[in-house]
Design a binder for this molecule. Structure first.
Ligand code: SF4
Ligand code: SF4
Length: 117
């Protein structure tokens, strides 16, 4: 199951993690919720493959330790989501569809739009 595309209406913002909005429910260490708003990551889906980090040319992502999480003990957070330029490569490469980039904030053509055309 991919990240919920409606999470901003179906979930509640329960706090901040290093400036990133966190969308609950959150019950650490086993349930971490969705982190971020521009580049949102469902941390309960992410299994820490780091493919998104590898493709992002502006270093939006950072590796984080998540001890005792049932899926993985390494994940990523989008700490520099404000630097995102909406290329959508991270969404495309994520094997578990854990990332959702807010296309509403895009100013121009995105890679996905180009691929779909
Ligand atoms: S959409 Fe592109 S620029 Fe934005 S976080 Fe993903 S890979 Fe980086
Ligand atoms: S590509 Fe997906 S599963 Fe892999 S680290 Fe990034 S968010 Fe997690």
């Amino acid at each position: 199951m991919p990240i919920d595309p409606q999470f901003k209406t179906t979930r509640k913002m329960v706090g901040l993690h290093h400036g990133l909005e966190v969308w609950g429910p959150v019950e650490p260490p086993t349930k971490l919720g969705i982190h971020g708003s521009i580049v949102a990551i469902d941390l309960d889906l992410c299994y820490g493959c780091l493919k998104c980090m590898e493709v992002c040319t502006v270093d939006v992502f950072e590796k984080v330790q998540t001890p005792k999480h049932p899926v993985s003990t390494i994940k990523v957070d989008s700490f520099r989501e404000n630097d995102c330029f909406m290329c959508l490569l991270c969404e495309i490469v994520c094997p578990v569809d854990a990332i959702l980039v807010d296309k509403g904030l895009s100013q121009g053509d995105t890679l996905r739009a180009l691929l779909d055309s």
